[in-house]
Write a protein that binds this ligand. Structure first.
Ligand code: IPE
Ligand code: IPE
Ligand code: MG
Length: 253
């Protein structure tokens, strides 16, 4: 049980102590390894995705309890359309089921259910669920849950260029206004802080087109655990390791 009055949270099973005054503001997770998890168990890949959705519930709850302000979950990339259509359809249906099933609890936990990515390419039922979930939670004040769907870092940068071009054409922008802060505002993440910590389970050590602009100074944490097996202890371990890193941002101490 989390004691909000103590500055440290102990995870005795791991023998680690999280400093509650230095919780990362923005955590982003590449939820990877569902397919291999299923394969190991001789199950169809879609069962891995189903198990992966179950993991989301506990991690959102724990991130929220720890006081994380933004949690970005990479759920479907712009490259994931290359997968067999059965798998893509199953993922889209799981998204709808997740939003329908979890909405009440997320809303009662004060979570803002946001999305990033080109959702206009998703099936219309998914778009509707995402837009409704956002509209019905946008006034909440707790954790912002960013579901990255049909998200690609390069796609996001191309989109930002196009939006800026439009604003230059209509004289809303001129050359002098263009700086890093302004470019950040044209990203899906808009005025959110950049991710402090990017977590990738499953053993892969790559970004796979995730948050390319935003990850300039993010700390990376990799683990061999596959996403369906990822628990709040893994989240604690990632935060603990993050808190023991020296973030220099190019400077010296
Ligand atoms: C992540 O698990 C979920 C999505 C990319 C949608 P994977 O489906 O990539 O699982 P592996 O990498 O094949 O094990
Ligand atoms: C990244 O995982 C995308 C998501 C987790 C949604 P992938 O499984 O698609 O990435 P690669 O193909 O291993 O790089
Ligand atoms: Mg994968």
């Amino acid at each position: 049980m989390l004691n909000f009055f103590s500055a440290k949270k102990k995870d005795r099973s791991e023998n680690i102590e999280i400093d509650m005054s230095r919780i990362p503001k923005h955590i982003a997770i590449i939820m990877d390894g569902n397919g291999r998890w299923a394969k190991e168990k001789k199950l169809p890949r879609t069962m891995g995705h189903k198990a992966g959705v179950e993991t989301i519930r506990g991690i959102v709850k724990e991130a929220s309890a720890l006081g994380v302000k933004y949690l970005t979950l990479y759920a479907f990339s712009t490259e994931n359309w290359k997968r067999p259509s059965d798998e893509v359809n199953a993922l889209m249906n799981l998204l709808i089921q997740y939003l329908r099933k979890e909405f009440k609890e997320l809303n009662s936990n004060n979570v803002i259910i946001n999305h990033i990515g080109e959702i206009s390419k998703l099936p219309s039922a998914c778009q509707k669920e995402l837009i409704d979930a956002y509209n019905n939670t946008k006034n909440n004040t707790g954790l912002t849950l960013n579901l990255a769907l049909n998200y690609g870092g390069r796609n996001e940068i191309v989109r930002a260029f196009k939006l800026m071009y439009e604003d230059i054409k209509s004289n809303k922008l001129n050359e002098e206004c263009i700086n890093e802060n302004l470019i950040s505002k044209y990203m899906y993440t808009n005025s959110m802080p950049d991710p402090d910590l990017i977590i990738r389970p499953s053993g892969e050590q790559r970004l796979s087109n995730f948050l390319l602009w935003q990850c300039a100074y993010s700390e990376f944490w990799y683990s061999n655990i596959k996403w369906p097996d990822f628990t709040k202890k893994d989240l604690h371990r990632a935060i603990y390791d993050y808190q023991n890193r020296d973030r220099r941002f190019g400077g010296v101490k």
